[in-house]
Ligand binder design. Structure first.
Ligand SMILES: Nc1ncnc2c1ncn2[C@@H]1O[C@H](COP(=O)(O)OP(=O)(O)O)[C@@H](O)[C@H]1O
Ligand SMILES: [Mg+2]
Length: 299
């Protein structure tokens, strides 16, 4: 039996002569299918040609770096009836969340460690020609001349957007925010222009059969220039958003970064900001509120 997909996706598949393609996955932006063992097609029902061409630039930049894993590579951008789609390298590995469903104990901890290690490699990439916060294709992040300024602005904008929602759920939130303003000055400065993936969660990671990270995908929409510690904090915050990840996974990841004196501050900052960025997603907002309550005592 062949699957059915949204009309925009079906239209492109028909145009490309793909009757019953192997479905690889879908997210917020794109539907991915295998074209062959080595190529994939990604269909963007809502994205503009601008968005996709910015993605092409970003992935071109990444090709110059030797990671221990692969990153997407777009060969061609095509348009059919205003729907943008791409021909890309088919990437190795299978979704980390699917792998995690099948392993526990040390094997599971190992894949979580590999995940943070791979993110550290992302943070080695320097993007010197952009401001801090720049690079995001969707402009979710503020931009600023210094990292501290980026952090201050992000916090301020998020507090404004969340309004009284936070004070209701976290009675301590005023104190947390003032404390964060101090910690930004004292502990969170960063002057290297490092690449931050910005949307690292197990749904954007493919792993091989040994639990090694084979691919990190989906750079772009939330990527920015900044401090790699933010990527780790975002990854920890979003891990449970993947189907089969658990609070135990979050706790294990958190333990891996605890020796950094800025870790709690980064987690709290990230919780406030993600609660604002994802204010329409109650699961993420609830998770952020839990994080704020947990980190409050350690700031
Ligand atoms: N080139 C590819 N090769 C293999 N699988 C892919 C490829 N691109 C996407 N996928 C699969 O499709 C899923 C959704 O793709 P992703 O790039 O994350 O889209 P979105 O931007 O919509 O989140 C991924 O989690 C991955 O499993
Ligand atoms: Mg994705």
């Amino acid at each position: 039996m062949s699957m059915t997909y949204p009309d925009a996706v079906e239209g492109v598949l028909r145009r490309e002569g793909l009757d019953d393609p192997i479905f690889l996955g879908a997210g917020e932006d794109a539907w991915a299918f295998a074209l062959s063992d080595t190529e994939a097609i990604r269909i963007f029902p809502h994205a503009s040609k601008y968005f996709v061409s910015e993605l092409v630039h970003l992935y071109d930049r990444l090709q110059g770096h030797s990671f221990s894993f692969q990153c997407p590579r777009i060969h061609e951008v095509r348009v059919h009836e205003e729907i943008v789609y791409t021909i890309e390298t088919r990437l190795p590995g299978r979704p980390m969340e699917e792998y995690c469903r099948e392993v526990d104990g040390e094997a599971r901890r190992r894949v979580l460690r590999n995940y943070l290690e791979a993110l550290r490699e992302v943070g080695e990439v320097e993007i010197v020609d952009r401001d801090f916060g720049g690079l995001s294709i969707s402009a979710v992040w503020p931009t600023a001349g210094t990292w501290k300024e980026f952090l201050r602005r992000g916090l301020e904008t998020s507090c404004m957007q969340i309004g009284s929602g936070l004070t209701k759920e976290v009675p301590d939130s005023r104190r947390i925010v003032s404390r964060l303003e101090v910690l930004i000055e004292e502990r969170m400065d960063w002057d290297r222009k490092s690449l931050v993936h910005g949307d690292a969660y197990p749904g954007n990671v493919l792993v091989d059969e040994d639990g090694e990270v084979a691919t990190i995908l989906d750079f772009g929409r939330y990527s920015l220039v900044g401090d790699p510690r933010l990527d780790v904090a975002i990854a920890i915050e979003l891990t449970e958003m993947a189907g089969d990840s658990t609070p135990g996974d979050t706790e294990y990841l958190r333990g891996l970064i605890e020796e950094d004196p800025a870790a709690a501050a980064y987690r709290a900052w990230t919780a406030v900001v993600l609660a604002s960025v994802y204010r329409g997603d109650s699961r993420i907002v609830r998770k952020c509120i839990r994080t704020l309550r947990e980190t409050a005592g350690r700031l």
